[in-house]
Write a protein that binds this ligand. Structure first.
Ligand SMILES: [Zn+2]
Length: 383
């Protein structure tokens, strides 16, 4: 990928109300306008700080040690009764992502997890960063590494987190992220296959299109050179039946951003248990035409990609689990913008999905009181 196409992709991806599907040849001037308008939207809804975020800890029960199953409780215990064991270690990967808000969304993910009391979260950032520099001052990372913000992605030969230290690894990388050194790739494959947890959010499924095992881990992906050789398109038809479609074509597209309903398809899985059958997700980019190996993959929830919004007219996977060796992968293509990650539905799915990837169960079983309904979205403003 050259920088010009990467930039066009960036502009298309972050345009808050754009309806175009990855236009080519967009001018630099219109790109700047798109970025500025995106930032305005983000700033406008990023205020004020809201103590509601802390509410999620009230629904916590007991922290599960790695392999300890935790029985569902009929009702959430009082805060004073919480028995909090040693938090689990989680690692967020970031540094190169066409979604320029990534330094902020990394901190959002970190805080959401830490506020449960169940996680201690580290961040592994590539030495060379791409996009996001405007957020570094507000959301700094003091990791002792001299980072270099570049105009295009560049491989970091020293990127080699100690994956085995963590119960779960979360990717906040995105489209265009440079491939890791081969030894790091192999270590990561070994980590997940050996029982490690892996969480894939939104554009993290754009990364590493040519890395075979990564594609097996994430089940489905988009862009990054993905096409019929990557595996079938996977979606649900109008009858709710899963379709695996080998039609040739590129993987990954999306229409205009909007609020859209999430439809729970498997209400018995720990990640979705107790959720309303349908809930309205806050403004986001609805990924469609994802394709990949989809081996050992379960689709727990979908969203209808309406054609009048530029979508496929199919029910697209929105919450997925993949078994990879002994490891568990939780994948959601939700989470385009900071405003998308303020959705209480997204936060709940993130926490439950991360719990499941880390332990095979979900620690907190209560659905938050401010969870979205079928026709009303719900957000917790993040500062
Ligand atoms: Zn996006």
């Amino acid at each position: 990928m050259n920088f010009a196409t990467g930039f066009c992709r960036l502009v298309s991806a972050i345009r808050p109300f754009g309806g175009l599907r990855h236009p080519r040849g967009i001018s630099l001037a219109s790109g700047i306008v798109a970025i500025a308008s995106c930032c305005l939207v983000a700033n406008a809804i990023g205020q004020p700080p809201n103590a509601q975020v802390v509410v999620s800890t009230r629904t916590s029960t007991v922290v599960a040690e790695a392999s300890t199953a935790v029985s569902p409780t009929a009702s959430a215990p009082a805060v004073a009764e919480l028995a909090v064991a040693e938090p689990m270690d989680a690692l967020i990967l970031d540094g190169q992502n066409n979604h320029g808000v990534w330094p902020k969304t990394t901190i959002m993910i970190k805080k959401y997890l830490e506020q449960t009391g169940r996680y201690r979260v580290d961040i592994a950032r590539t030495k060379y960063t791409w996009q996001g520099a405007e957020w570094f001052e507000k959301y700094p990372l003091h990791d002792g590494i001299v980072h270099e913000a570049l105009g295009e992605p560049k491989a970091d030969p020293d990127f080699h987190p100690e994956f085995s230290k963590y119960k779960v690894v979360i990717s906040n990388l995105g489209y265009g992220a440079a491939l890791w050194p081969e030894t790091t790739q192999k270590d990561f494959e070994k980590y997940v296959a050996g029982g490690g947890g892996f969480v894939v959010l939104h554009a993290a499924d754009n990364s590493f299109g040519d890395w075979k095992e990564f594609n097996t881990m994430i089940g489905l992906g988009g862009w990054g050179g993905r096409n019929e050789k990557s595996g079938p398109y996977v979606y649900l038809n109008q009858e709710g039946k899963e379709v695996r479609d080998n039609t040739p074509g590129n993987g990954g597209s999306h229409g205009a951003q909007h609020e859209f309903p999430i439809i729970v398809r498997d209400a018995e899985h720990p990640i979705t248990k107790g959720m309303p059958k349908m809930w309205l997700h806050a403004q986001d980019e609805l990924y469609d035409r994802l394709r990949g190996p989809a081996v050992n993959m379960k689709v727990l929830a979908t969203a209808y990609a309406a054609q009048d919004k530029g979508g496929t007219g199919r029910h697209e996977p929105m919450i997925m689990t993949i078994d990879y060796g002994k490891g568990r992968v939780f994948h959601t293509p939700m989470g385009h913008g900071d405003y998308s990650m303020e959705c209480v539905g997204f936060i709940t799915v993130l926490l439950r999905g991360t719990d499941w990837a880390a332990t095979g169960t979900v620690v907190h079983h209560e659905i938050p009181k401010d969870f979205p309904s079928a026709d009303q979205s719900s957000k917790r403003p993040f500062e």
